[in-house]
Write a protein that binds this ligand. Structure first.
Ligand SMILES: Nc1nc2c(ncn2[C@@H]2O[C@H](COP(=O)(O)OP(=O)(O)O)[C@@H](O)[C@H]2O)c(=O)[nH]1
Ligand SMILES: [Mg+2]
Ligand SMILES: [Zn+2]
Length: 368
């Protein structure tokens, strides 16, 4: 008698990939594709055109197939991606649940096309820890920017305020962060007394992937060590020297945590640029959205219109001018990106010729 076959769509509970965050959703997604489950691995880190991948049992280095090298920026494998492998060649990327992205280096705020070159940096994320140190790093405007970025990609954020031990009473920082984060959990941590650890562990349960973003020195790697319970990540000056390439060891970006989930440390998010026309602004600036309901004009830009409830709130001190400026700045960036997206290729071409014609006209004028 032959053994009954395992139903196709059932997640195998002893699949080693489950340790890396493989889920039923992903399993269902690939059963529809011509993919053998034995050739799937997760990208642990990306370095100089090489990928460190794991299948839950072993880790090994791979290179991308030629087809992937020629793919658009956003289709290139990134940390957190589930990929198909043939020996040591990454042959494809399994459709992502979501991804975080950034503009090309230096493009932030610049109205250049490089700002539009979307580059994925981390994929398949359940929660993003926005890490901010309670030292010079603490900056509510930057926090708003991070929140908008994460909300835009539809990923739930958690604000983590590290180095709470630097203050006798850090609660004013907590309150300030909570005031701009609207319902987003804000957790204070410290390496000195381990506070915040238990609360954060909740997001790291089996099957979950958490990515950390924040400036260099914010305390991300220290937090990874605190949550892991051992020093698995280099911190402070040591991590800086790794960044400068003095060390040749492969840096792990995606860590398997004792809580069961995966933690992504520093997946290279230095520049933040907006790419998606998501509703990140609405979620981040819920207070401004609420005030705008009372503006006289439905399409009020809250810049100069009479009867603007938002400007009125700034006058009365209910809303800070800085926060409104921050909102306007991000709204303009997103508007610009949206307009570039919808501008059809022929319109761009037409404009180019208009400029050429203008140039010729000017030349003629000068030669007269
Ligand atoms: N006092 C204090 N210092 C911290 C804490 N967390 C991190 N640091 C320090 O902040 C510096 C940068 O930390 P690191 O984890 O390397 O930051 P990363 O660049 O975000 O990974 C290091 O010198 C850490 O020792 C904390 O909770 N309290
Ligand atoms: Mg670090
Ligand atoms: Zn208004």
């Amino acid at each position: 008698m032959t053994k009954p076959e395992k139903p196709m769509n059932q997640l195998s509970h002893n699949d080693p990939k489950n340790r890396l965050g493989w889920t039923d959703t992903l399993e269902h997604r690939v059963t529809a594709l011509p993919i053998s489950p034995h050739t799937i691995a997760r990208v642990i880190s990306v370095q100089r055109g090489q990928f460190l991948v794991s299948d839950g049992v072993r880790e090994w280095l791979c290179t991308p197939a030629g087809r992937l090298k020629r793919a658009a920026n956003r289709d290139y494998p990134v940390t957190g991606d589930w990929v198909t492998i043939e020996a040591t060649i990454v042959t494809g990327v399994i459709p992502r649940t979501n991804f975080l992205s950034r503009g090309a280096a230096g493009s932030r705020g610049h109205r250049t096309d490089t700002a539009l070159r979307e580059q994925a940096i981390a994929a398949n994320i359940d929660t993003v820890f926005i890490v901010c140190g309670l030292d010079r790093d603490f900056n509510t405007r930057r926090l708003e920017r991070y929140l908008t970025l994460v909300h835009n990609q539809g990923i739930p954020p958690v604000v983590v305020l590290t180095k709470a031990d630097l203050h006798d009473d850090p609660t004013p920082f907590l309150e300030e962060a909570e005031a701009i984060a609207f319902g987003v959990p804000v957790v204070m941590t410290s390496i000195q007394d381990g506070r915040g650890k238990t609360e954060l562990e909740h997001w790291l349960e089996a099957g979950k992937t958490v990515a950390m973003i924040g400036s260099s020195g914010a305390g991300k790697s220290t937090l990874a060590n605190l949550l892991h319970g051992t020093d698995i990540q280099a911190t402070g000056a040591i991590s800086d020297s790794v960044g400068k390439g003095r060390h040749t060891t492969t840096v792990r970006e995606l860590l398997r945590m004792p809580q069961g989930g995966m933690l992504m440390d520093n997946p290279g998010i230095r520049e933040i640029a907006f790419h998606e026309e998501g509703d990140g602004l609405t979620s981040t600036f819920a207070d401004i959205q609420a005030l705008a309901e009372s503006c006289r004009f439905a399409d009020c830009s809250h810049e100069h219109e009479p009867g603007c409830a938002v400007l009125h709130a700034v006058q009365t001190g209910e809303l800070s001018q800085d926060r409104l400026d921050s909102y306007h700045k991000m709204a303009k960036e997103m508007e610009y990106i949206a307009s570039r997206r919808t501008k059809s290729a022929d319109r761009v071409e037409k404009e180019r010729w208009k400029n050429v014609a203008l140039h010729i006209k000017n030349l003629k004028k000068r030669n007269r």
